[in-house]
Design a protein around this ligand. Structure first.
Ligand SMILES: [Zn+2]
Length: 99
């Protein structure tokens, strides 16, 4: 930056002017984030993710790794009706997997 007193150029990082030896104004610090604001932001992000997952699960979306319904073909029951090979897994909406 240029010295505001004598106009001499001073490389970045210098605190005093090389020519007039006066204190140089500190370069404007980068906008510091308020830690409380950052915590609030993360809280909002966590809440958003929580709601998205809850909504998706309510709509029937299954997360990868969550129990999948059996994909085996259905078998013919003795009475001629189509019988599932296994009883379907009942998804408990009241208690999501993370609780
Ligand atoms: Zn100077």
């Amino acid at each position: 930056m240029d010295c505001p007193y004598c106009g001499a150029y001073n490389p970045e990082g210098r605190t005093t002017c090389w020519r007039c030896d006066r204190e140089l104004p500190k370069p404007k610090p980068k906008k510091k984030r308020d830690p409380q604001q950052t915590a609030k932001l993360w809280l909002y992000i966590a809440l958003a993710i929580f709601f998205v997952i809850t909504i998706l699960q309510t709509c029937g979306f299954r997360l990868p790794g969550s129990p999948q319904p059996p994909q085996s073909p259905q078998q013919q029951g003795p009475s001629g009706h189509l019988m599932p090979s296994r009883p379907p897994i009942v998804w408990q909406m009241e208690r999501p997997w993370w609780l």
